[in-house]
Design a protein around this ligand. Structure first.
Ligand code: MG
Length: 186
């Protein structure tokens, strides 16, 4: 299968690292994100949060660890003959940091598409992705609405009921199991 894979919150454990950093910067003590739009949790404007990210982009994209099981999971999918296409909301300006991080953690990356916060749906259709791994509910809903199944990696900010096209996975092990199940039927 050709698998679309989001980066932040799916391959990179970005939010855990960012929340720590943001707590120090804003003098807060947030333990768990309730909102995917972090500025809401931190009680600052979208602009202020954006400015902080702009000023600290190199550090913020360097510090996260990979999600548990992500590297091994991607390697396994590739060994099984699947294709992995990363689709991230990061912008093309952030490509250099993204590639550096992928190399640092030895995560296979042949193709990365940078949407710059544009809808991922166009990329999913253009690249004929057959399944998508995502952590943001908004993206998951939009992608599943065009008929592409989404595996939603469970997070504190994506709770709630899911439509039938979106399957919640607790970890990468469950993601692999779900993809394996689907591959054996096709
Ligand atoms: Mg994400």
């Amino acid at each position: 299968m050709r698998i679309g894979v989001d980066i932040d919150g799916v391959v990179s454990d970005s939010y855990k690292a960012w929340v720590k950093k943001l707590n120090r910067h804003f003098g807060t003590n947030i333990l768990e994100l309730k909102n995917y739009d972090m500025h809401l949790d931190f009680g600052v404007s979208w602009e202020d949060m954006g400015k902080y990210f702009e000023d600290n982009v190199a550090t913020l994209f360097d510090i996260p660890d990979p999600m548990v099981g992500a590297k091994e999971g991607i390697e396994k999918l590739l060994r099984q003959g699947h294709e992995v296409v990363y689709v991230t909301a990061r912008s093309l300006d952030e490509e250099v940091y993204t590639l550096r991080w992928m190399k640092k953690h030895k995560i296979p990356h042949e193709k990365i598409l940078f949407t710059g916060f544009q809808s991922k749906v166009d990329y999913v259709l253009q690249w004929q992705l057959e399944i998508f791994l995502e952590d943001f509910l908004g993206n998951a809903q939009a992608i599943s609405e065009v008929g592409v199944p989404v595996l939603l990696l469970d997070a504190s900010y994506n709770q709630g009921d899911l439509p039938s096209g979106i399957i919640r996975c607790q970890d990468w092990q469950e993601i692999l199991k779900e993809i394996g199940r689907r591959s054996s039927y096709s």
